[in-house]
Write a protein that binds this ligand. Sequence first.
Ligand SMILES: Cc1cc2nc3c(=O)[nH]c(=O)nc-3n(C[C@H](O)[C@H](O)[C@H](O)COP(=O)(O)O)c2cc1C
Length: 130
Amino acid sequence: MTHNEIILDDDSFLVSETDEKGIIKFASDDFCKIAEYDIDELIGKPHNIVRHPDMPRAAFKDLWDTVKKGDIWSGFVKNKSKSGKSYWVYATVYPYKDKDGNDGYISCRTKVVSRKEIDYYDKLYKSMRD
Ligand SMILES: Cc1cc2nc3c(=O)[nH]c(=O)nc-3n(C[C@H](O)[C@H](O)[C@H](O)COP(=O)(O)O)c2cc1C
C-alpha cells in the first residue's frame, strides 16, 4: 500500500544529528521536508518524534547498543511524518565525539529502492512488535 506512504526521491539524503541521549541537534533540509517538520520543531526534541509504531523496540536497542560501543549501525527504518504518513529509509548511524569530548551521533539516510526489501522488513518488523 502506498497511499499513506511518502516515497523518497532517488537522491534524497536525510541527515540528523543527536546528543548522547538522542535529542536532535541538527536535521538536514531533506530530513525536514520528508518528515514534514520545520527545523525549529525538531531541534531539542527526542528522535522518537519520527518513530513509527510498526518499528520494534529491538531494532532501536540494537542501534543504541551498537553506537554506544563506538561502532557504526546500519539498518532499514520505517519512520512516521508529522501528518502520519510512513517513509522507509536505509540508515547508517555513526558515533563521534564533539570538540568538548561529548558523545554525539549522526544518521545518514537514503531511499530504500527495492520494494521487495520494504515488504520484507515491513512484515518482519510487524512480527517483532511488542
Ligand atoms: C543519530 C540517531 C538517529 C536516529 N534516528 C531515528 C529515526 O530516524 N527514527 C526513529 O524512530 N528512531 C531514531 N533513532 C532512535 C531514537 O533515539 C529512539 O531510540 C527510537 O525512536 C525509539 O524510541 P524510544 O526509545 O522512545 O522507544 C535515532 C537515534 C540516533 C542516535
